[in-house]
Design a protein around this ligand. Structure first.
Ligand SMILES: *Cc1c(COP(=O)(O)O)cnc(C)c1O
Length: 458
């Protein structure tokens, strides 16, 4: 009898307990297809490996195959890179209480767009508008999918088929393909570059304004900072100029702090409230950068302008869902008591951690690493510096501590990085000066890291 007839039927394989577990994780149809492919390859190869005749033997090869096809999915990782708001690792994280505020909206029908006081259709923005007005001093507010959408929508509402002067020093590109000139063009604006890369004067704007100008815009340069012979036009001056010409001044803050970060020992970053107070008519900022909530783009400002933005058909295409609104409302409620943010808002908690705490943590974590690495790795701790990330305070560093791994061979460090990425909860550090560093500022679950690293041992 030829060997291949000893292969179990597809149904038998699918009924094996271990394969059922794979199917629960990966989906039955994907597993069924993979079993068929695997068996047809086995038939073509001739020689059968031992596992091929045992239905339970298929779980591991199926898992490996489906990991290639499907990837690992969205898995929790340890961001020990030293970049706090790491775009590639999901930016800000929220607390369980914040997540639950969104979960409630997902689990049950809600009054998302239903005004309970009159029993008629309502406006989803009303869930967060009064809170944003309280925190920023603006007259009105609306929210869209992210800050890129907020900028696009605002520009499209006031600058479509109009001239829009913008400083050459503010035509920025931020990571992940957001380029201001491209967004402006897609919003239908005719970009009018003014000034130079390093210096832009009020007169440059003044000279660029004509009958076809739709708005003035000021953009936070986010991830870069030029020093030396530089000049930018401040919000107050630009606001006065805009007002004289009856144009709205839009300020894209990017990160958009809602409270003064000095409170947490950080340098000052312009807040939305200050920007409104300086005369900006509209201010846009992200929900998941310095605000520390979830992906969203907030627009605050003059009531009449917000009304026009909300009447733009693109608003419907860019609106946020109920989960986001639930979380934002909860977050904005927390912001009314800034003293408590360091306890209740994970991002602020991370920013406010003290170096002494991080030094002790680094010491404990270095012992965990030592216990699970071969003796040829040298493990110690070192003072380090964190960056905030996502274009917030680009040249500011926060003092921190890191666990440092060194090895005679660079290749050993690279291969360890790969093993750390293969863990159930991948551990991501950074290579610096020939050492592998794991920054402690963003480590908030020491026990989970320990449990996870315990699987490193071969
Ligand atoms: C980050 C940023 C954006 C884009 O915000 P997202 O929330 O990533 O869409 C726009 N403008 C500036 C100045 C930024 O820093």
């Amino acid at each position: 009898m030829p060997q291949r007839s000893r292969l179990p039927s597809v149904d038998k394989v699918l009924n094996a307990a271990s394969v059922k577990r794979v199917a629960r994780d990966r989906g039955l149809a994907m597993v069924k297809r993979a079993v068929r492919e695997l068996q047809s390859e086995l038939r073509a190869n001739g020689d059968l490996p031992d596992w091929a005749t045992d239905p339970d033997g298929y779980a591991a090869p199926l898992e490996a195959r489906l990991t290639v096809v499907l990837g690992r999915g969205l898995v929790r990782v340890f961001n020990l890179t030293g970049t706090i708001i790491h775009t590639n690792l999901g930016r800000a994280t929220i607390s369980r209480a914040m997540a639950e505020a969104g979960l409630e909206a997902a689990l049950h029908p809600t009054n998302l767009e239903f005004d309970l006081s009159v029993g008629r259709r309502g406006d989803r923005d009303s869930l967060i508008e009064p809170l944003l007005c309280e925190l920023t001093g603006a007259e009105a507010a609306t929210v869209v999918n992210n800050n890129a959408a907020a900028v696009l929508l605002t520009l499209n509402t006031f600058g479509f088929d109009r001239n829009v002067p913008v400083s050459r020093g503010e035509l920025i590109e931020i990571g992940g393909s957001f380029r201001m000139p491209d967004i402006m063009e897609r919003a239908g604006c005719r970009v009018r570059e003014v000034g130079t890369t390093n210096r832009t004067h009020l007169e440059d704007f003044e000279a660029a304004i004509d009958a076809d100008t739709g708005l003035l815009i000021k953009v936070h340069p986010s991830n870069y900072h030029i020093e030396g012979f530089t000049r930018e036009v401040g919000t107050s001056d630009l606001a006065k100029l805009a007002q004289r010409h009856g144009l709205p001044l839009v300020v894209d803050l990017g990160s958009g702090a809602l409270v003064d970060l000095k409170r947490f020992g950080l340098p000052h970053e312009p807040t939305a409230a200050e920007t409104i107070a300086k005369g900006a008519d509209l201010v846009t900022f992200s929900g998941d950068k310095l605000l520390g909530a979830v992906q969203a783009g907030l627009i605050v400002g003059k009531a009449e302008l917000i009304r026009q933005i909300k009447a733009n058909p693109l608003k419907r295409a860019l609106r946020v869902d109920k989960i986001t609104l639930g979380i934002l409302r909860h977050t904005l409620t927390l912001y009314q008591e800034p003293e408590r943010l360091a306890e209740e808002l994970p991002l602020i908690r991370t920013l406010a951690r003290k170096p002494q705490e991080l030094e002790a943590l680094a010491q404990r974590v270095s012992e965990i690493f030592s216990a699970h690495l071969s003796a040829d790795f040298s493990v110690d701790t070192t003072a380090s510096e964190c960056q905030i990330g996502s274009g917030a305070l680009p040249d500011q560093r926060l003092p921190s501590f890191a666990v440092r791994l060194r090895h005679e061979k660079d290749s050993a460090l690279t291969s360890l990085q790969g093993k750390l990425r293969d863990l159930p909860m991948p551990v991501i550090g950074r290579l610096q000066d020939g050492a592998l560093l794991f920054d402690m500022r963003t480590l908030d679950d020491e026990a989970a890291l320990a449990e996870n690293l315990a699987r490193l041992m071969p």
